[in-house]
Design a protein around this ligand. Structure first.
Ligand SMILES: *Cc1c(COP(=O)(O)O)cnc(C)c1O
Length: 496
């Protein structure tokens, strides 16, 4: 049955492929499926399938205007030997929890799970809608998303990608990862300014009608790969279904038994995907939403009041340093019983006063969620204790989730089997991870790659390809510009 996508803030309805192409609705709302489809295969049947097959079974129910051949083609191109393991998302049991490793893709972080497939979904969607212009992805990045998007779009025919990052505002490893990016359709530019300048500049380019008209004439159209695109959300549902059915197939749980999931959360995309999986009929009992010291979501779950007016704290789990969790809007829409005007009001309060409050009724509907947060020291202590107890090393983001799960288990005595989303390889945040394990690595004179080798020895894990490559990879991008020259850079790259 066809599923249309509607805006959280108005009456617009579009097909799946149009929602993927547009990203954001014209009224500023996010696209949500009109209803969440139920899984159409049993848990036992899914347990016999490999990752790609499970991906097809989940995505076909959401992307109903894609043909079987189109969708299977996208999946085959996305989940191939770019991943360093055939199972794509392995589960590792350590100290009474199941870590779902979502970091085996090109940039060793979980955004690869969705950004490997988004470019293929986009060009397929463009063809379906007879849009024959070349898609130009524009992104501002504070480090991680930029590299994952570059890796996803590099050399995908019919696309180009331009990434702006703050020169001097990202870590040396992050910069090296980006400026060594291969692919003739990629451009990486360091700007004189901070992340906000980059972000503001990109927003300006998106809303520049003159530029859009000029590019249309030349056969280009701008698009964005950010995390509110439904083409990123749906592929993230897959790995929860995959994880559950692996546990059942391996006899670690009985098919039908409840599990909990714990997710280190920033923009609320990953945990929302788990919530959608639950709504499809996957037996997930509770969703534990883990925040770092930027604990807006923890406060929201506790009080029903979302308030971004607070100090922004820089932590060692930077991908969770977020005060506006964009994807939460999709949950709010559900809590209002799908009332676009009430949702629009709350979101306008958020952009105006920086806060909103939900009604007690709405709060009542949140009971499947549990909000927790971990301080920096608690996350570090978890990395260390888990390592000492089991030899398993987790990254700083995953550690926030693991610490929150420990606290939950202690507080409630609840021993329900739990999957923890492991969102980055420890090699992506080597310095912090090594410092958590042993204070002697605080010594700033120890080089990045020296630490990488030490981590490899200590964790007994091979250095991932993504890190090995940048050790020696040549710098391919040297472009720099002032924050007012971004438009010229774009024009030049597109031959205008
Ligand atoms: C993006 C990211 C997160 C947060 O995920 P959301 O979907 O934004 O909540 C957590 N950990 C890592 C390593 C990430 O890159």
């Amino acid at each position: 049955m066809e599923i249309l996508y509607r805006s959280t803030r108005g009456d617009e309805r579009v097909s799946a492929s149009q929602a993927i192409l547009k990203g954001l609705s014209g009224d500023g709302g996010l696209y949500v499926p009109e209803r969440i489809p139920a899984l159409s295969k049993t848990l036992e049947e899914l347990g016999q399938m490999d990752y790609q097959e499970v991906a097809y079974e989940v995505m076909k129910l959401f992307f109903t205007d894609f043909t079987e051949e189109e969708l299977k083609g996208c999946i085959a191109k996305a989940y191939d030997d770019k991943f360093d393991t055939d199972v794509i998302a392995p589960l590792v049991e350590a100290d009474g929890a199941f870590y779902l490793e979502l970091f085996h893709g090109k940039t060793i972080a979980f955004k690869d799970m969705a950004l490997s497939i988004l470019p293929h979904l986009m060009i397929t969607a463009a063809k379906k809608n007879r849009m024959d212009r070349e898609i130009v992805i524009l992104t501002a990045t504070s480090g991680d998303t930029g590299k994952a998007a570059l890796a996803g779009f590099a050399d995908v025919p019919g696309t180009r990608i331009i990434v702006f990052y703050p020169k001097g505002g990202v870590s040396p490893i992050q910069e090296k990862q980006m400026v060594t990016q291969k692919g003739s359709n990629t451009l990486v530019v360091g700007i004189d300014g901070n992340f906000d300048d980059a972000q503001t500049g990109v927003k300006k380019l998106f809303s520049d009608r003159g530029l859009a008209a000029e590019l249309e004439e030349a056969g280009f159209v701008f698009s964005s790969a950010n995390s509110i695109n439904i083409g990123r959300l749906v592929p993230q549902i897959v790995y929860y279904v995959y994880a559950y059915t692996r546990l059942a197939a391996e006899g670690r749980i009985k098919a039908g038994d409840p599990i909990h999931v714990t997710v280190p959360t920033g923009n609320f995309g990953n945990i929302l995907a788990a919530f959608y999986a639950k709504n499809m009929g996957l037996p997930i009992a509770r969703l534990l939403c883990a925040s770092n010291e930027n604990k807006v979501l923890y406060d929201f779950f506790r009080t029903g009041s979302y308030d971004r007016n607070r100090e922004f704290i820089l932590t060692s789990s930077p991908s969770m340093d977020i005060l506006i969790s964009s994807n939460l809007e999709r949950l709010i829409f559900r809590l209002t019983k799908e009332d676009p005007s009430q949702t629009a009001e709350l979101m306008s309060a958020l952009s105006g006063e920086g806060r909103y409050e939900i009604t007690p009724d709405m709060q009542e509907r949140l009971k499947d969620f549990y909000g927790g947060y971990a301080k920096e020291a608690e996350a570090f202590a978890k990395i260390r204790s888990l390592y000492e107890k089991t030899g398993y090393v987790i990254d700083t983001h995953t550690a926030v989730a693991a610490a929150v799960y420990d606290a939950y288990r202690k507080e409630t005595g609840d021993e329900t089997p739990t999957v923890i989303a492991s969102t980055a390889s420890p090699f992506k945040f080597t310095r912090s991870v090594m410092q958590a394990i042993d204070e002697k690595y605080k010594d700033a004179s120890i080089g990045d790659f020296e630490l990488v080798d030490k981590l490899s020895a200590l964790a007994n894990v091979q250095v991932p390809r993504a890190i090995e490559e940048i050790r020696t990879a040549p710098v391919l991008h040297r472009a720099q510009c002032g924050k007012d020259a971004m438009k010229d850079v774009v024009r030049q790259f597109l031959g205008q």
